[in-house]
Design a protein around this ligand. Structure first.
Ligand code: RP5
Length: 160
């Protein structure tokens, strides 16, 4: 099975990245995590992106806060699907990162999820990897059914 790449701009993004890693682990999707910054280590970020397809990756998730250029820079250097997770920082509540990540000019798409939307990013990456992987596809369906069951149980227990 192809791997998912988790690329964060800083180790301060780790608590958000951890949630994506946990979800991928739960779904049985292999992943590899790295710290590469679009600003502080642009050469390493680009080199990783250029070689990701040859190195067995099937989708990339980029996590960055503030002036969040990482997902766009990685997408520019790879033909793999790139998912961007805007990370909430101490100022502006993550709106800065959301706009930086989501407002990609035409031609270089980044599939942007919610601010700190790590679990959805992991599920979307797993859905991409699941094309041609029926066993993973089944696990994704089970996961969704489990989530629905949790809501139904809460509904049944609602005492209002
Ligand atoms: C971004 O700047 C990182 O992704 C991080 O979210 C933010 C702040 O980085 P640190 O100053 O905490 O290293 O590049």
């Amino acid at each position: 099975m192809k791997k998912v790449g988790l690329i964060m701009g800083s180790d301060s993004d780790l608590p958000v990245v951890q949630k994506a890693a946990d979800k991928l682990k739960e779904l049985g999707v292999p992943y590899e995590a790295h710290i590469y910054s679009a600003h502080r280590t642009p050469v390493q970020a680009r080199t990783f992106a250029e070689n990701a397809e040859d190195n067995g990756f099937g989708a990339l998730i980029c996590f960055a806060g503030k002036a969040a250029h990482l997902a766009g820079a990685v997408a520019a250097a790879s033909m793999l699907p790139v998912i961007g997770v805007p990370v909430k920082s101490s100022t502006l509540d993550g709106l800065d990162a959301l706009l930086s990540t989501v407002q990609m000019p035409s031609g270089i798409p980044v599939a942007t999820v919610a601010i700190d939307g790590a679990a959805n990013a992991a599920i979307l990456a797993a859905q991409i990897i699941a094309v041609g992987e029926p066993e993973l596809s089944r696990r994704l369906k089970d996961d969704r059914a489990k989530a629905a069951q949790t809501v139904l149980e809460k509904d049944a227990a609602l005492g209002l």
